[in-house]
Ligand binder design. Structure first.
Ligand code: NAD
Ligand code: DAU
Length: 351
């Protein structure tokens, strides 16, 4: 059945992949992308779909409740895939309030608007909230996050995402709002803003700048190719059970320092540098406050109940990703000019 879906945050990293996926895979759907275009939102990420007849972009702020209500009244969306958020942990340590505003209040504004237009007939409607594995806190050497793991967020970012998850579930339990939530591990791939580990270090290696590894580099993350996350969102949107949560992960754990060394090797090869050259850029710096030790997702439920699995292994995914950044150096140069320089100085100069 044809649907009109609102995707929030569609000009960001994951959002742009989700928009591209839905526009291309569901030509009978109307896709509306709502994005405020913060520092992390960039319409250059969507040049290949911007003229598709089933796509439209609307610039707007999810924190503006009256605007959001009007938007829903005008467009009568059948579904919402909500990705808009402040997403970087280090920025949440520097300025927590923006995270409460956008991630908590912005989500509640969307829930109110969805409830307002859908409350007489919830059939065929869905509010899909895209969340993170960071809500579950930090693991020791053993074990995995499952959908039953208790919430234990540590950073202002993860606390704000945990709060938004609770509101989405509360609107289901209290008002019957049809919803699903997915909690995903670390994504990597094209169009990721170079404040996050992988694109930041690719950019620094290409510019021969130091690679600031927090602490001893022993923290562990579970990396998933962003295109596989977009595929998972499609599967969960269409086959997920109302009211349920699905964990999404790549079963691909890496200690930061080991990942950085692999990236250095790949970059040396691609840039025609002597092997070992880029590793010399590694610099251990002051640790992130409240740094979670290890994330690892158990995605058995998604794999067994809904039939999703990752399409690439990490070696292929990293190779494609490095190639993309090297072939799109203009994109990197554009996003790292201006405000980025100020952010970089504030974030790294005293470490
Ligand atoms: P991102 O920072 O790259 O993009 C966020 C987008 O939201 C940007 O386009 C920005 O302009 C937009 N936005 C921010 N505030 C807004 C507002 N008030 N109104 C409208 N638009 C606004 O983030 P991302 O990494 O693509 O993450 C997207 C979502 O996925 C987030 O909800 C994040 O919590 C979640 N997530 C991210 C990861 C990851 O590894 N990056 C993993 C799991 C879950
Ligand atoms: O797990 C999902 C989460 O992954 C998402 O919800 C977040 O939106 C996303 O930003 C990401 O959070 P992380 O904090 O894990 O990602 P980040 O790329 O910032 O850092 C990855 C690891 O690398 C982490 O252990 C911190 C470390 N790091 C990061 C930066 C930016 C460094 O050592 N040096 C750095 O300069």
């Amino acid at each position: 059945m044809a649907k009109h879906i609102l995707i929030t945050g569609g000009a960001g990293f994951i959002g742009s992949h989700v928009v591209r996926h839905f526009v291309n895979q569901h030509p009978d759907y109307q896709i509306t992308n709502l994005d405020k275009l913060t520092y992390a939102g960039n319409l250059e990420n969507l040049i290949d779909v911007e003229n598709h007849p089933n796509y439209q972009f609307i610039k707007g702020d999810i924190n503006d409740d009256r605007f959001i209500l009007k938007l829903f009244e005008e467009h009568q969306f059948d579904g919402v895939i909500h990705l808009a958020a402040e997403s970087h942990v280090d920025r949440s340590i520097a300025s927590p309030n923006e995270f409460v505003l956008t991630n908590v209040l912005g989500t509640v504004n969307l829930l109110n608007a969805a409830r307002h237009i859908w409350h007489e007939n919830y059939t065929g409607k869905l509010f899909y909230h895209v969340s993170t594995d960071e809500v579950y806190g930090s693991l020791g050497d053993e074990g995995y996050f499952t959908e039953e793991t208790c919430y234990d967020p540590h950073s202002p970012y993860s606390a704000s995402k945990a709060s938004s998850d609770h509101f989405v579930r509360a609107y289901h339990d209290t008002f019957g709002l049809p919803m699903v939530i997915s909690n995903c591990s670390n994504n990597y791939g094209s169009f990721q803003f170079p404040e996050k580990l992988i694109p930041l270090f690719i950019n620094n290696i290409r510019n021969n700048k130091s690679l600031p590894v927090y602490g001893k580099g022993e923290n562990v993350r579970d990396w998933l190719w962003v295109v596989d996350h977009a595929r998972a969102i499609d599967v969960i949107y269409h086959k997920g059970k109302i009211g349920e949560t699905y964990n999404v992960g790549g079963n691909n754990e890496w200690k930061n320092i080991d990942l950085v060394k692999v990236m250095c090797k790949v970059m040396d090869r691609k840039l025609g540098r002597r092997q070992g050259e880029s590793e010399k850029l590694i610099t251990f710096v002051k640790d992130r406050a409240g740094h979670d030790q290890r994330y690892a997702i158990d995605s058995t439920k998604l794999q067994e109940e809904l039939g999703w699995k990752p399409s690439v292994d990490f070696e292929q995914g990293l190779d494609k990703t490095v190639d993309w950044y090297l072939q799109n150096q203009e994109w990197l140069d554009n996003v790292t000019s201006g405000e980025y320089q100020k952010y970089y100085r504030q974030q790294y100069e005293d470490r």
